[in-house]
Design a protein around this ligand. Structure first.
Ligand code: 13P
Ligand code: SF4
Length: 327
């Protein structure tokens, strides 16, 4: 029996004993996706987990996603197998207190001396634009969601921004998602200057090069990419939106403008189609921290529990619920 198989068997046994489910984001390692009860995009997973009858949710993803699961399933134990699996973009905004100065990002060698430019917080921003509604991307911590009017995902940002009863909207924290919303709605968007280092590194030339190499392929891009990339794509959507698009499309070849982990499921679900990464270095190091060993340890030791304080949770869940009401 291979070492991996031994670990998988132990995981399955413990999972039953603990009455646990394992959920994995679409960017997780292949072997982690394989043992998951379900895989999906960042919000889909938390919503699914809330519906399942279980005591424990092992969330293979990054910390803001496990927080969302805790917000939607306050009575379940939510475990994040690797404590430092975080999202640098989510960490670019804070509600109050000292600003965070980023000198380097793991895997962001292109700008080694990048210093995060904000010298204000979300509360400062709300004070600067009184009465302007705040639309917050789900890639944020629970306290940021709690200070927001409504949340959005990469799949529904345009609809959510349109639904807000104001001509001007604050969009946090992703400047690229904000640019996409500005382009596709009639609203004036005030944006935070955050970004995802995995998606923000892609440039228009990358799309042009990939199209030249694969002239029959359709380009799918995640809205965390720059506008110059999104404007050149055939379809802009979330990771699960890409899975749906690839399944339903008659095209046989696709260029995938998101983290390379998605290629595993795209290829598995569409064996007759061909998928190329838009850039091979679109790798999120935080998403790759979780291994089979991490999942086993999480179930053995019940680590690391993610629990959103009730006072924050009740406010954050309102912003998520408002989003879910938008059709
Ligand atoms: P999705 O919600 O599209 O899965 O995206 C999550 C994410 O972290 C993108 O970088
Ligand atoms: Fe965060 Fe980007 Fe990684 Fe997604 S891919 S978890 S937005 S750093």
């Amino acid at each position: 029996m291979s070492e991996n198989q031994q670990i998988v068997d132990e995981i399955l046994k413990l999972k039953e004993q603990r009455k646990a489910i394992i959920i994995a984001h679409n960017y997780q390692r292949e072997e982690v996706q394989e043992i998951a009860d379900f895989t999906g995009d960042s919000l889909e997973l938390s919503r699914e987990a809330a519906k399942v009858d279980c005591d424990v949710i092992v969330f293979c993803g990054v910390n803001f996603m496990a927080e969302s699961a805790s917000i939607l399933s306050p009575d379940k134990v939510v475990l994040l197998p690797e404590l430092d699996a975080n999202c640098p973009m989510a960490d670019m905004i804070r509600v109050s207190g000292e600003r965070k100065v980023w000198k380097t990002f793991p895997g962001y060698e292109e700008q080694p001396t990048f210093v995060f430019p904000h010298d204000f917080t979300l509360l400062d921003m709300k004070e600067k634009y009184p009465g302007v509604p705040v639309v917050t991307y789900v890639n944020t911590t629970a306290d940021v969601k709690a200070e927001s009017d409504i949340c959005c995902t990469s799949a529904n940002v345009v609809k959510v921004v349109e639904s807000v009863d104001s001509d001007t909207v604050i969009c946090v924290p992703d400047r690229n998602l904000s640019a996409w919303a500005q382009k596709n709605t009639g609203k004036k968007i005030i944006t935070w200057d955050g970004f995802c280092h995995v998606h923000d590194r892609v440039r228009a030339e990358d799309v042009e090069r990939a199209r030249a190499e694969h002239p029959d392929a359709l380009v799918m891009a995640h809205p965390e990419c720059r506008l110059e990339v999104l404007e050149r794509a055939d379809h802009v959507t979330s990771t699960s939106g890409m899975l749906r698009f690839a399944r339903q499309s008659d095209a046989k070849e696709f260029i995938v403008g998101t983290e390379v982990g998605l290629l595993y499921r795209l290829r598995k679900e569409n064996p007759d189609k061909v998928f190329y990464p838009l850039r091979k270095d679109m790798i999120c190091p935080n998403m790759k921290k979780t291994r089979l060993e991490s999942v086993l340890r999480a179930l053995k030791e019940m680590t690391h529990e993610v629990k959103v304080p009730e006072e924050i949770r009740v406010r954050a869940v309102k912003a998520l619920d408002r989003m879910l009401e938008v059709r």
